[in-house]
Design a protein around this ligand. Sequence first.
Ligand SMILES: [Fe+2]
Length: 345
Amino acid sequence: MSEILLSQLAHVELFSPKPEETVAWLKDIFGLEETTREGQSVYLRGWAEWLHSSLIVTEAKESGVGRIGWRTYGAEDPETIAKRLQDSEEHVGWVDDWTGHGRTYQYRSAFGRHLHEVFWDVDLYEAPEDKKDHAVPNRPQKIPTNGGSAVRYLDHVTMPSANMKGDIEFYKKLGARHTAATEVEPGFSVFSTLTCNGIRSTHDIALVPDFSGVTGRAHHIAFRVDQRVDVERMAEIAVSHGTPIELGPGVHGIDEITYLYLREPGGFRMEVNSGGWVNSMPDWEPKTYQAAGGNPGQSIYRNVAMPESFYEAWPLPPKEAAEKEQEAVNSEQLADFFQQKPQGV
Ligand SMILES: [Fe+2]
């Protein structure tokens, strides 16, 4: 019997040491819309998202990611997931009500220890009458007129894990499919993509290795735009408004998505992407890319070097852990990976 437990990545909570600047940037540059403010949190959503919110910006001492929320495929599924995890170290517990969704079961991933939550009942965004799109009723509101690059919906979250294989097996227990990996040498994976079995995106989770020993860290959050050209437009908007580009625009070999990586004012890495191949095969065997020779997983053209800053994840590790991480990044196995020369150079 087949089983579908999760329908979509519904929200991610972003911690920011500069919440006002972060929210202003997400609204001005990304085009996210504010739904509500409560306590230390601001709830935002992409213009075409039906759910109450997809990004929750919460004030914190350091950048990072908090709650990672999944809507289930049916009303009984949070209970099914809770039963599967309740006697394990991953079990956290139930929350009766949250802003934007109803009864919620929380758990942590096995090795990365990231905090996830699953729920069925959701609050939908209700546009005011003058914002409703009567011409295109499958949209919750009219398309914004202030720039076609405004992000449409939350796409994925990428997280470090000290045991990528272990976490892949953990996510598979809840129905995720492991779709692809990049290795720097056989058996040494530096990137993996997974998608939940509802299948909305090329991947909704990605994992990168953690060398610091610190758990619960995050690497980036990605939002989707409609067209590949919108990614390029976002890059132009970013540079003209003083936001430096960390990497891109380019095309990943893995999933074939057009990508752009920026840092928001709190320092966290945000991705905008478009295009790509949505893999709907339930019995898919993950494909492996070898990083040597220009890292085709990272760049389909093999002509782009990965900046060394790209190993940074948040919260930044304390001194000793940061030294341990830097040592790993400088190791022979990874030295070429982070400043990899394009093929033939
Ligand atoms: Fe990504």
